[in-house]
Structure formats: structure tokens, C-alpha cells
Design a binder for this molecule. Structure first.
Ligand code: COI
Length: 366
């Protein structure tokens, strides 16, 4: 039997987080009304290093480059996982993070699958608190905008050997962002390449899942689509998810979405939030295997009225067109009464404090 050694981590490591403030803020150089997604970083970042079985040297420091060996195993063997979260300002200007605990749980699930150490919950939460409190001015108070939060862990042992790294860095970066997809999206059903197979790492937010998707996504983008709809790796018959998002359909007034059972799709936090909001609206929610043919047939008969992606970056991205077997299938026009628009408004209202957060999703920064 193969012995797999997953790095362990100290869970009672109470080393304090040091705060090293940037001498000058770059905030006045930023046009918050006109911001490209993921290109502008806030003044500070969080860093912690894993060595000899413990996380240490926790610090918030000015955002900037790191000096690393070109031999680190993250670069060669792809041992890297990440998360995506968002912070918002409520009507009183308080900064709150959307469902950070759920992202923390998924981060550790991804780390386990990639043979990386677990991160102590108190370290994740305190790092988030200290970083966001220091850069609170970077959280936009503009509709449709947020501070995107990117926790990432990567392997830093410098050794040309295929084995789990013994050293890692955990970092958190933040970026003020507007919409990831500024317009409704055109997607194409992928029936050759695959994103994930059963037993693989599809459920994990592993960097390699995104790297492997770039080439098929580029082929789609060259044909004028924004993204793909991934199908199952065995038969390309069932819908999995869209690039960067989970996918949902309104069919005969009910919300249908691929179930998580196969472990080949990402357990989206936005996916779960939208399903709960939909149930709260009284919609029927059905998580199941969805045939591509059934979706195309639904568009033809008119039973399928909406399709949309959900994700932290994308929030809810409405789909206008689905390409399939050389044809473009147009979906009915979207308006303010479309269910996806209602769900998006309801989600944004919770995030910006316009309605009571009855699900307890928003975590204040202390
Ligand atoms: C997110 O939605 O937060 C993602 O991580 C998807 C993509 C931007 C990589």
C-alpha cells in the first residue's frame, strides 16, 4: 500500500500577526468607477509560511513581489490551491465579508486533496480581519463592486522531485473589482476537452484546474464565445459547469442545476447561496444530472427560459446564447423580472445590508 503523507499543521499556534504598514497608500491613483477585474491590488497583503509542521511568521505587509527559487514545487508540480471571496460596504459604511467560513472549509478540502497542510481556522479568520481592517478604504461602496479577496496556498520546497512539498506559503491578496463579466455571456458546449473526471480534482479549487481550462477556453473565445459549458469526461452528455462558474437553468419555472454528487464540479459558495435564495422565493430547486440534449430541446420548445452562471467573481452571469454542434441557440431576452435578475438583486441586497441577513452570511470585520 502506498503511504501518503499529508503535511500536518499546528492548530494551537498562537503566534501574533505582525502588521507592517505601507508608508504611502496607492488608493488615490485608483479610479473606482472604472476598474479592470483583478489588475489593481490594495495596499497590503497577508503572508504566512509553513515549515517544520507549523505555520509561522504571520504578517500583513505592503503588497509587492516575493523572492522565490525557480525550483519551488508549485511551479513544477502544480501544488497550489486558492479561494475567492468578496467584502462589501453596508449602508452605514461597515465592511463585511460574504460567507468566509464556507470558503475556509473549501480551502482546507482543496488543500487536503492536493496533499497540502490544513490551515488553522483562527489563522485564516484573523488574517482576513487584520488585512481587510487595514485596507477598509479599498472596499468600494459602488453598486456592483466589491473588494475581491484571493487566499492562495502554494508549495515552496525547492527540489526537483515529485513529492509533496514540505514548505508552503499562505497569502491573501485583495483587489477592488467591478463585474467579472460586464455583459451577459455567450457560452459553447464543450464536447471534446474535459475539465474533470470522477476521482480527479474537479471539486477542488486547485490552480491546475484553471490552467488546464485555458486552451479549450481560448478556442471558444476565438470563435466569439466568452466561456465554455463543460460536459462530463466520459460521454460529454451531461452538463457540469461553465468556465469560472457553476451553471443553472430555469426550466418550466423550476431551477435546475447539476448536482455535486460526482465530485467533478466545484461546490460553489455562490451556487449554494443562490439555491437557498431561490427556495426562499418559493422556487422549486432540483439538483440532478442534466443532459445537454435536454437543455437544447428546452430552448427549442421554450420550456427553458433562462440560463446563468454563478460564482464569487461572476456573481450571477446571465447567458444569452449557447453554442452547440455548430449552431447558436438564443435564449429569451432577460429583463428585471427574470428570475436570475431577481436572485441577483436579492443576493446584492443581503451583501450590501439593504435587507436583513436572515441566513447569517455576512461577517463583520473587527
Ligand atoms: C471566483 O469566482 O472567485 C474564481 O475564483 C473564479 C475565477 C475568477 C478564477
Amino acid at each position: 500500500m502506498e503511504i501518503v503523507s499529508i503535511p500536518t499543521s499546528s492548530i494551537d499556534n498562537k503566534e501574533k500577526i505582525r502588521i507592517i504598514k505601507s508608508e504611502v497608500s496607492r488608493i488615490n491613483e485608483v479610479d473606482f468607477n472604472n476598474i479592470a477585474f483583478g489588475k489593481v491590488f490594495a495596499d497590503h497583503m497577508f503572508l504566512s509560511e509553513y515549515k517544520d509542521g507549523i505555520w509561522k511568521n504571520h504578517r500583513v505587509q505592503p503588497y509587492g513581489n516575493l523572492s522565490l527559487s525557480p525550483a519551488i514545487s508549485a511551479l513544477h508540480y502544480g501544488q497550489a490551491v486558492f479561494e475567492g471571496m468578496k467584502a462589501y460596504k453596508d449602508l452605514e459604511g461597515n465592511v463585511k465579508v460574504f460567507r468566509p467560513h464556507d470558503n475556509f472549509i473549501r480551502f482546507n478540502k482543496s488543500a487536503e486533496r492536493m496533499c497540502m497542510p490544513q490551515l488553522p481556522e483562527d489563522l485564516f479568520m484573523e488574517a482576513l480581519d487584520d488585512l481587510i481592517a487595514l485596507d477598509a478604504a479599498w472596499v468600494p461602496a459602488i453598486e456592483g463592486c466589491a473588494l475581491y479577496i484571493r487566499p492562495v496556498m502554494f508549495a515552496t520546497t525547492a527540489e526537483i522531485k515529485v513529492k509533496s512539498s514540505e514548505e508552503f506559503i499562505f497569502a491573501i491578496l485583495t483587489c477592488p473589482v467591478g463585474p467579472y463579466y460586464p455583459e451577459p455571456v455567450k457560452v459553447i458546449v464543450e464536447n471534446h476537452y474535459a475539465r474533470a473526471m470522477e476521482g480527479g480534482i474537479g471539486f477542488a479549487k486547485a490552480a491546475g484546474n484553471y490552467g488546464a481550462a485555458l486552451y479549450p477556453a481560448k478556442l471558444a473565445q476565438d470563435k466569439g464565445y466568452h466561456q465554455l459549458i463543460w460536459t462530463d469526461a466520459k460521454e460529454h452528455k451531461y452538463i457540469e459547469e461553465s468556465g469560472t462558474m457553476n451553471i443553472m437553468f430555469i426550466i418550466d419555472g423550476a431551477l435546475h442545476t447539476p448536482s455535486l454528487e460526482s465530485k467533478t464540479i466545484l461546490e460553489g459558495v455562490t451556487r449554494d447561496s443562490v439555491l437557498r435564495l431561490a427556495r426562499d422565493l418559493g422556487l422549486e430547486v432540483i439538483e440532478r444530472r442534466i443532459l445537454v440534449e435536454e437543455v437544447m430541446e428546452g430552448i427549442k420548445t421554450g420550456a427553458l427560459t433562462e440560463a446563468f452562471g454563478t460564482g464569487t467573481a461572476a456573481t450571477i452571469a446571465q447567458i444569452t446564447t449557447i453554442g452547440y454542434k455548430g449552431h447558436d441557440f438564443e435564449l429569451p431576452p432577460i429583463n428585471n423580472d427574470s428570475l436570475s435578475s431577481v436572485l441577483l438583486n436579492n443576493l446584492n441586497d443581503v451583501r450590501t445590508g439593504k435587507v436583513h441577513d436572515k441566513f447569517g452570511w455576512m461577517k463583520g470585520i473587527s
